[in-house]
Design a protein around this ligand. Structure first.
Ligand code: SF4
Length: 442
């Protein structure tokens, strides 16, 4: 039965020494109760308390972090089945697979493109998780060397134990994921994972076989297990992922309480691969392996991931402040909007791409869009006037002229009262109409 934060707190040392990374034992106890941290972070728990707490406090989905050279892909640690119940915590990493049977130059070219991929989505930096290298009858060790020459992202290595061993000799960085332990090879794979302190993916066709394999591998001393359902089509993947996660969260079934590895790249074609990857992002995939890489395909997947994994209670925001667009001068127009990211980027992008210099005052509206913030009382004349003063806007512009968003035209009189000496103009409702408005009316 799950223990409350207070029940857990009573079993902790209560010295508030902070070594666990939390300011008090109670704060740590609350995190344990929410299953968001591991008991091992506290070095002072008594053996008796440890025995009682470790089972109750362990996260239902074991947290596992793949890492290399300062790059990380975190998985697990989820506590809800549906995003709206709280939030999802560990964004799935997108990995691109190369085969050791490919030409070394082709491997390098593909891996370089993955490593260098970087995109921006409403101020959020998007990047790929890492590389999956699969043994396919080529020179695995040479392929590992080639990958590492051009890419420092985390790795998933896929092959038989003997082949993997040759590749591992070329690596000495971070935490890897090795794949796959099966009913046939699990003792060798478990020994290898244990020796390398790597995570180990286990693959089975049915959940009963998966549970059996997880117990054997764990018994052999491997704690960081990743489940790789053998199913590769849409229906099979969805069923396997959902059942695994449901058992872990609703039944606290430890033998399935692990992150999930999905191979979207095994789909029939690139279109099906993207759909499978999108499904895995939405439904419990932790490490998702693609075979194709193109910015046009991965950008929407990464944006989808952002949207699924952000906190639904907390809108994506930019920092309030006075932003400069296209090197404005004191004569450039002054626009105002809210700090909801999508609102900010809609306005800023329209003005910027039209090549128009402007000042953009972004008010703190708790991350809401213009109309929502106005309706909630978070974007009003008082707030605008306060931010005009807070960010010393009057020092930057030669004329005290302010353009309000058209949706809050109703505020113009009140803003004039709050800002004596300022001239208030009402701009268009939609950001797309701003360039024409600026050219004609200002
Ligand atoms: Fe309390 Fe242990 Fe954290 Fe110290 S390390 S504050 S004793 S929970």
């Amino acid at each position: 039965m799950a223990l409350s934060g207070i029940q857990i707190y009573k079993m902790l040392p209560q010295t508030n020494c902070k070594e666990c990374g939390y300011p008090t034992c109670l704060a740590f106890a609350m995190k344990l109760a929410a299953k968001q941290v591991e008991l091992a972070l506290c070095p002072y728990v008594s053996e008796t308390a440890k025995a009682e707490l470790s089972e109750a406090a362990a996260p239902p989905v074991r947290p596992i972090t793949l890492s290399a050279n300062g790059h990380q892909v975190q998985a697990g640690n989820e506590v809800v089945l549906f995003r709206h119940e709280k939030r999802f915590f560990s964004q799935p990493g997108l990995f691109v697979r190369v085969y050791d049977s490919e030409r070394i130059e082709a491997i390098k070219e593909k891996v370089t493109a993955v490593a260098q991929y970087s995109a921006d989505y409403v101020g959020i930096h998007l990047k790929m998780g890492g590389i999956a290298l699969q043994a396919d009858g080529g020179d695995f060790a040479a392929a590992v060397t080639a990958v590492r020459e051009v890419c420092h992202l985390p790795l998933i290595l896929i092959g038989d134990p003997a082949v993997l061993k040759a590749g591992l000799a070329k690596l000495d960085d971070g935490k890897l994921l090795l794949a796959h332990a099966t009913a046939a090879n699990w003792p060798e794979m478990a020994a290898l994972a244990k020796e390398q302190k790597a995570a180990l993916a286990i693959q089975a066709a049915t959940l009963d076989e998966m549970v059996d394999l997880a117990q054997k591998v764990k018994g052999a001393g491997v704690d960081d297990i990743v489940l790789a359902p053998a199913q590769r089509n849409l229906h099979g993947t969805l069923t396997a992922n959902t059942t695994v996660r449901r058992m872990a969260l609703k039944k606290t079934f430890r033998d399935l309480g692990y992150p999930i590895l999905n191979f979207a790249g095994d789909a029939a074609d690139q279109e099906a691969e993207i759909i499978l990857a999108a499904q895995a992002i939405a439904k419990y995939g932790s490490f998702i392996v693609l075979d194709h890489f193109s910015p046009a395909a991965v950008y929407p997947l990464l944006v989808l991931r952002e949207n699924v994994y952000t906190d639904p209670q907390k809108p994506i925001q930019v920092l309030p402040g006075l932003y400069e667009i296209n090197n404005p001068t004191p004569d450039s127009p002054l626009l105002v909007t809210t700090n909801f990211s999508i609102t900010y980027f809609s306005v800023a992008n329209e003005v910027e791409s039209a090549g128009l210099p402007a000042w953009l005052l972004v008010c703190d509206a708790e991350g809401m869009s213009v109309l929502t913030a106005w309706a909630a009382g978070k974007f009003d004349a008082e707030r605008i006037a306060k931010d005009i003063k807070l960010f010393n806007v009057a020092d930057k512009v030669s004329e005290k002229k302010l353009v309000l968003p058209g949706y809050v035209a109703v505020l113009s009189g009140e803003v004039e009262e709050e800002l004596p000496g300022w001239q208030i103009r009402v701009g268009p409702r939609e950001a797309v109409d701003l360039p024409a408005f600026i050219k004609q009316a200002l």
